[in-house]
Design a protein around this ligand. Structure first.
Ligand SMILES: Cc1cc2nc3c(=O)[nH]c(=O)nc-3n(C[C@H](O)[C@H](O)[C@H](O)COP(=O)(O)OP(=O)(O)OC[C@H]3O[C@@H](n4cnc5c(N)ncnc54)[C@H](O)[C@@H]3O)c2cc1C
Length: 390
């Protein structure tokens, strides 16, 4: 095997790609990771200090088995890396039980998968967490084992563990194209052309986040990008993780808003999941801190954080959602012309603003798929399906 030939190449060393590189490398696979930017860059989807992680999945109960495995793998990574990645602060989700799909979805996942969720009235919740003001017609759901992940640290941990296990990562190396050569398009070696020359591999795994619409163009996936701005706010000590402040997500008439506690001099972080501006090309996104939706977020915080009627954003950072048509992820082997699936090209895309908590398990899933043709977690509902292609 020459210097430029690898068992597997991973395109994009962000949330999903760094995890995939670790899982491949720890199984003894000779892996190359190709990343177009510097380590820890803030141009994609995996930056901004924190990401929520929870199991009572209102989006769809079928995600819960993946989350069980994701939790185990985050714990394993944290133990190997030797630095805290997962803060189990607990999570409060709230909304009107008559109308909120979040409340209905959490309860459905809880029942189907026997999860431990506490259900409170607003009065009970106020006693437990006086930091919040809840609407009188809300139901409050508390998931104790939920919390947040340190997003940049998770990517760094996966990458460092991959390298420790023998992976090579090239930064500032943009993948321009790839082609399968040899007798059969399903089996030949893959040549990957980059800004730093050509590389060859037997398996290619594409985890290019917001650049998926470009790199996966031949699949005709119905993906679109949304610019979402994350904000940080100065708050009193009561809103600090050390004082028992949990993560929160409230389903209001103006949209779904969420936040994480302040900690170590980092302000309280909050964002809206329901707003954001649609755009086309991630290379030309507005990277300033301008946020046309900020007033929705400050009005929400003013209403629902006790004693915080006036809040001011002290820091802001835009980030990108890659939305699929049904907001479920798309993870599969490349479909072949004339039927069947490639045994060499695999991809994961369309994480729709809720994917990071799954990065650990997606890395393992893609590795299983690439090496064994199937995965240990049930993921059929995420494979290519009618309605997500144009
Ligand atoms: C504001 C915001 C809040 C979020 N909150 C949550 C949350 O609370 N919980 C949660 O679970 N999820 C959350 N998400 C979603 C989650 O962060 C994403 O789903 C996840 O980070 C996506 O990871 P990724 O690997 O697909 O993309 P990325 O991490 O962006 O990685 C893709 C990488 O591929 C590289 N790349 C692309 N094209 C090429 C190429 N041609 N050559 C080389 N490299 C290339 C890019 O540079 C990038 O580094 C949030 C997202 C945002 C934006």
């Amino acid at each position: 095997m020459d210097q430029q030939t690898y068992d597997a190449i991973v395109v994009g060393i962000g949330g999903m790609g760094s995890a995939t590189a670790w899982h491949l490398a720890r199984r003894g696979i000779r892996v190359l990771g190709l990343e177009q930017f510097d380590p820890g860059h803030d141009k994609g989807a995996s930056h901004g200090d924190t990401r929520l992680i929870r199991k009572a999945y209102f989006e769809h109960p079928d995600y819960v088995p993946l989350l069980h495995r994701a939790y185990d793998l985050w714990d394993e990574l944290e133990a190997e890396y030797g630095y805290k990645l997962f803060h189990r602060t607990g999570l409060i989700l709230a909304g009107n039980p008559q109308t909120s799909q979040v409340v209905a979805g959490v309860k459905k996942a809880t029942v189907e998968h026997c999860l431990g969720i506490e259900e409170w009235t607003p009065a009970q919740a106020r006693q437990m967490y006086p930091q919040f003001q809840f609407n009188d017609d809300w139901q409050i759901l508390f998931e104790e084992n939920a919390g947040f992940l340190r997003v940049e640290e998770c990517v760094k941990a996966h990458t460092e563990m991959a390298v420790k296990n023998g992976a090579k990562i090239l930064y500032n190396t943009k993948v321009e194209s790839w082609k399968v050569s040899g007798d059969s398009p399903a089996h030949g070696p893959v040549t990957v052309t980059t800004s730093a020359g050509e590389f060859r591999c037997n398996r290619l795994i594409i985890t290019s986040g917001p650049w998926a619409p470009q790199l996966l163009k031949p699949l005709g996936l119905n993906l679109h990008l949304r610019r979402i701005v994350q904000h940080w706010f100065n708050v009193p000590e009561a809103f600090d993780e050390r004082h028992g402040m949990p993560c929160f997500g409230f389903d209001t008439r103006d949209g779904f808003f969420y936040g994480m506690p302040a900690r170590d001099g980092v302000g309280l972080k909050a964002a809206s999941h329901s707003h954001g501006v649609k755009f086309d090309d991630p290379d030309f996104m507005d990277r300033s801190d301008v946020d046309p939706d900020l007033q929705h977020l400050t009005a929400f915080l003013g209403r629902h954080l006790a004693g915080m009627s006036e809040v001011k954003s002290i820091r802001a950072k835009p980030c990108i959602y890659t939305m699929s048509a049904d907001e479920n992820f798309i993870i599969d082997a490349w479909p072949m012309e004339g039927g069947g699936r490639s045994q060499q090209i695999f991809f994961a895309a369309g994480f729709s603003g809720h994917g990071f908590k799954f990065a650990s398990v997606v890395g393992e899933l893609l590795t299983d798929l690439a090496l064994a043709g199937d995965a240990r977690v049930p993921f059929g509902f995420l494979q290519l399906r009618p309605g997500i292609q144009k």
